[in-house]
Write a protein that binds this ligand. Structure first.
Ligand SMILES: Cc1cc2nc3c(=O)[nH]c(=O)nc-3n(C[C@H](O)[C@H](O)[C@H](O)COP(=O)(O)OP(=O)(O)OC[C@H]3O[C@@H](n4cnc5c(N)ncnc54)[C@H](O)[C@@H]3O)c2cc1C
Length: 455
């Protein structure tokens, strides 16, 4: 039996936890079954967002007519795009390995539990007073043979001439945007009527309207059957009324959500329990139902975002090694959808505010007061605030428009330091920067509160 101070199963975001504990002089066992860096760096956020840069340029050219410019794309050097993207991925594992130190022993293999305090990898038994499960999540399996999940895309192989993507969430929409922009004949299949149904209703409505102008989307449609032969899928589509039609596509990608990875862990040998969705249960101190075993990141199934997982690993480090016994509590959790249109959001939606019966005002303001926004020649971008009527606290902010993911950080700063929308109304903005569009949005929200208070 090998004895450590800390065992970590899963080398995604938790690699940094391993490195930091090692630096502190703790003996750490880090177990990773695939590549260090995990989903985000190898097959998630980073390689997909590196492609967004190409998609943005291609869309600007394709849509240049909006600025009275006629243009055509002569050639897209797909080979070079793939090479660069794959070169990035090829360096990830080494890069993460270099972050580790002599106190961290890396095991390449599947880690599983023999008991609450003993973990096995490659037939070797390890024990430690502190064990962290950071095994992430995995895409739901496609129901048809040879169909892809998001895990099958990176590293990029041959680009298909056509792709059918099933899903209506963030990953489905981001990948549809990228493939379509790169010139792949793309069809997005959506079971219901909505795209991005987790977003505020006004945002998902405008998103559907604008995204449908770019991407071929079929709503209320599912796949009844898909047979792969001669390098093509022969697909039978079925609508809500049961009517079927044929469709062919070189690639078929399912992006229908992510699920727990817990099965590989042999949790039946422990006291650890799972929630209804199959993710590992924990308390607010990351503690599972087995004493000394903690869970962090996607494995706990809460926010399933890279920045949430990173934040959790930092917090857990402080909890385990700096005697900072504060519970895990996110003040707010932002996210973005890196599509065209781009979306950024934090906090509750209008519907959530209503459902919770909160005393809140809602205000929606377009960006057109800013000349930079006007210069983009887009009518749809807007910011929506949901603000506590008594305290002026920002409860939710939702944006749709170019660079939303950057713009929202101004709101996040206020929420982080002293959450009061009046700061956004009273601060100085650079005229006529895109961010200036936040000024009328904040003014309108405050006006709305004052109007209601006078009534
Ligand atoms: C296509 C895509 C795009 C995304 N885009 C974004 C984005 O733009 N922004 C954002 O915030 N998030 C994004 N995400 C989500 C983000 O990638 C995850 O939230 C993040 O990677 C979670 O980190 P983690 O360390 O908890 O899990 P992971 O990064 O999944 O790491 C878990 C690791 O554990 C290993 N493992 C699992 N089981 C075992 C076992 N039994 N033994 C040993 N090792 C094991 C896995 O191989 C993996 O390396 C995206 C995800 C995908 C799929």
């Amino acid at each position: 039996m090998k004895i450590y101070d800390l065992i970590i199963i899963g080398g995604g975001r938790a690699s940094s936890l391993a490195a930091k504990a090692g630096k502190l002089g703790k003996r750490v066992a880090l177990i990773e079954k695939s590549k260090l860096g995990g989903t985000c760096a190898n097959r998630g956020c980073v390689p997909s967002k590196l492609l967004v840069g190409y998609a943005d340029v291609l869309r600007s050219i394709k849509e240049s007519q909006r600025h009275y410019i006629k243009s055509t794309i002569n050639h897209i050097d797909i080979a070079k795009i793939f090479k660069e993207n794959n070169e990035y991925i090829a360096g990830v594992d080494e890069g993460y390995k270099a972050m580790l130190n002599e106190n961290v022993e890396l095991f390449r293999g599947i880690g599983s539990f023999v008991s609450d305090s003993i973990v096995e990898v490659n037939g070797v038994k390890l024990t430690a007073p502190k064990i962290v499960i950071a095994t992430g999540a995995k895409p739901k399996e496609p129901p048809f043979k040879d169909a892809w999940s998001s895990d099958d895309i990176f590293p990029l192989k041959k680009i298909p001439s056509s792709i059918t993507i099933v899903g209506a969430g963030l990953i489905a929409c981001e990948l549809a945007n990228v493939f379509d922009a790169l010139g792949v004949k793309t069809k997005l299949l959506v079971r219901g009527e909505t795209l991005l149904s987790n977003e505020d209703e006004d945002i998902s409505k405008v998103f559907k309207q604008e995204f449908s102008k770019k991407i071929d989307i079929e709503f209320n449609t599912t796949i009844k059957d898909a047979i792969y032969s001669d390098s093509f899928f022969d697909i039978t589509l079925e609508d809500k009324a049961g009517k079927t039609k044929k469709h062919t596509s070189e690639a078929l990608l399912y992006a229908i959500g992510r699920e727990s990875n817990a099965k590989t862990l042999n949790l039946q040998n422990t006291h650890i329990t799972l929630d209804k969705r199959g993710f590992i249960k924990r308390d607010k101190f990351f503690q599972t139902d087995a004493k000394g075993v903690y869970v962090a990141g996607d494995a706990a199934g809460e926010y399933m975002l890279q920045h949430a997982a990173s934040f959790e690993m930092n917090h857990l480090y402080k909890y385990l090694f700096e005697d900072k016994k504060e519970p895990l509590k996110f003040k707010y959790m932002p996210h973005s959808v890196f599509t065209d249109p781009e979306i950024a959001s934090v906090g509750i939606s209008e519907k959530e505010a209503k459902d919770k019966g909160l005393d809140a005002v809602v205000s929606k303001t377009d960006w057109l007061a800013s000349a930079k926004a006007e210069s983009m020649k887009l009518k749809y971008p807007f910011t929506k605030f949901i603000v506590d009527r008594k305290t002026y606290e920002i409860l939710g902010c939702h944006m749709i428009g170019p660079q939303s993911s950057t713009m929202i950080h101004q709101v996040l700063s206020v929420m982080h330091i002293d959450n009061d929308i009046r700061h956004l109304k009273e601060m100085l903005y650079i005229h006529p920067a895109l961010s200036e569009s936040l000024l009328p949005a904040a003014i309108n929200a405050v006006k709305e509160i004052r109007k209601l208070s006078e009534d």
